[in-house]
Write a protein that binds this ligand. Structure first.
Ligand SMILES: [Mn+2]
Length: 437
């Protein structure tokens, strides 16, 4: 059998520090500064450990067109380490690191690195240790946005070779900033066996066969929006068949957004701030047990929800309470082998209200309110009217990289939370008015 083994990674954004909301202790701050570099080093070590033939980087290895000299030097050092281990590297430039002459010339003495140009699709042949001929076809961005339908020009000669297409794309045929293309188009290219994609930061196997289409995701999340463990992908193929795809952990730091409901309906709902702290400590102990291995640390954003008698205190003394809870949690878990840093805490609690069933007995109006809130979400014309009424300060979230910073982004989840809040506010005001009368 003729075999091939390679690692596919993307979107490293080398050198970007992770975004914490607080002035961290120096030790932690250093870990966060270095995390993207650590992730790259980890990918290269995994490549050596698994004895792969080559690594593919599908764009956005660097964070900006003006690459930092440290990022360039660091990348070169890793490439040289791979060379000693006879591992080749292919890379394309994405929207954050379109390829220019300076980059090509910086790496010109790296014999085991091929950077695909931006003028046209290029095809490179590779013969693996186990004698499989591999063709890697790729093309780089030429500027921060690229509207060319690159994949259409990927036409390898299909004989017995294993063919890989490398594209940095949003996989959206209508998006002209990030190489428009659809999954159907990629799947119609029968001569390509594996599509090595980049750009979407959450790893996913889009199609598992004929052809296989994969986003490895970013190997190190840089903020709480990129939560969870992060990976690169190890692919094993025999002739033209994919035998295995494994996600290998690469992120030294893992972000978590943890929602904790302290709703009164739960038996163990905390009745004061100390009990709330205890509940959060028990949640940390759960994650800490699972992920200690190979992880330098965890960054947590807490979101506290539910109807609770603590609501008023959490609202009125918000800053004090936040500081107290975060301080307790931070101090408790700082000295662990694998640190757990409570980065921020959001209170999205509500005042406890009687159930709608109970309220209905007081007055029909509560039943109508509940019904209306439901209709706002299910009746499309009503829903559109509400979005219009919200005004121009909102825009429907469509493009995760290209949103308007002067607007608030709206999606199904946020809209439904807004409507729920509106309903509860109305119920609260009606109840207050009744109490007064
Ligand atoms: Mn990108």
């Amino acid at each position: 059998m003729r075999k091939c083994k390679f690692i596919h990674a993307a979107d490293l954004h080398l050198g970007t520090p992770l975004q914490s909301s607080y002035n961290l202790p120096e030790e932690l701050s250093k870990i966060l500064q270095e995390a993207t570099y650590d992730a790259l080093e980890g990918i290269c070590d995994l490549a050596i450990y698994h004895d792969v033939d080559f690594i593919i980087f599908s764009g956005d290895v660097f964070d900006q067109e003006a690459r930092s000299i440290r990022a360039l030097e660091f990348f070169k050092k890793q490439i040289n380490k791979l060379k000693e281990n006879k591992i080749f590297v292919y890379m394309i430039g994405g929207n954050h690191d379109p390829i220019n002459k300076e980059t090509i010339s910086f790496f010109k003495d790296c014999e085991n690195l091929w950077i695909f140009g931006s003028d046209k699709a290029e095809e490179k042949d590779f013969l693996t240790k186990d004698n499989l001929l591999v063709r890697v076809i790729g093309q780089s961005y030429r500027s921060r946005a690229d509207s060319r339908k690159m994949a259409n020009c990927f036409n390898p000669v299909d004989d017995f070779s294993f063919n890989i297409g490398v594209v940095h794309t949003q996989l959206d045929p209508h998006n002209n900033n990030y190489v428009p293309c659809s999954l159907t188009e990629l799947k119609s290219k029968k001569d390509i066996d594996y599509w090595a994609l980049g750009h979407i930061h959450k790893g996913k196997i889009i199609s598992d066969n004929k052809p296989t289409v994969v986003y490895p995701g970013t190997p190190q999340g840089r903020h709480v929006g990129e939560e969870g463990p992060r990976y690169c992908v190890l692919v094993t193929a025999e002739d033209k068949n994919i035998k295995d795809i494994s996600f290998l952990l690469t992120s030294p730091v893992i972000w978590y957004e943890i929602e904790v409901s302290i709703d009164e309906s739960y038996k163990l709902a905390p009745k004061n701030i100390v009990e709330l702290e205890e509940l959060l400590i028990s949640k940390i102990e759960e994650i800490n047990d699972i992920n200690k291995k190979n992880i330098k640390g965890h960054m947590i954003r807490w979101v506290i929800t539910g109807k609770t008698s603590l609501h008023e205190q959490l609202e009125e003394q918000q800053d004090e309470v936040k500081e107290k809870i975060l301080d307790t949690l931070r101090r408790k878990f700082l000295s662990e082998d694998s640190f757990v840093w409570s980065d921020s805490i959001l209170f999205r609690t509500n005042k406890p209200l009687p159930s709608v069933e109970k309220l209905k007995k007081q007055s029909e109006i509560f039943g109508y309110l509940d019904e209306l809130a439901r209709e706002c979400l299910t009746d499309n014309s009503l829903k559109n009217e509400i979005i219009k009424e919200l005004g121009e300060v909102w825009e429907w979230e469509s493009d995760h990289e290209n949103y308007n910073e002067d607007r608030l982004q709206l999606n199904e989840e946020i809209l439904s939370a807004l409507i729920e809040q509106a309903k509860e506010h109305s119920i609260e005001s009606l109840l207050e008015r009744r109490e007064k009368n």
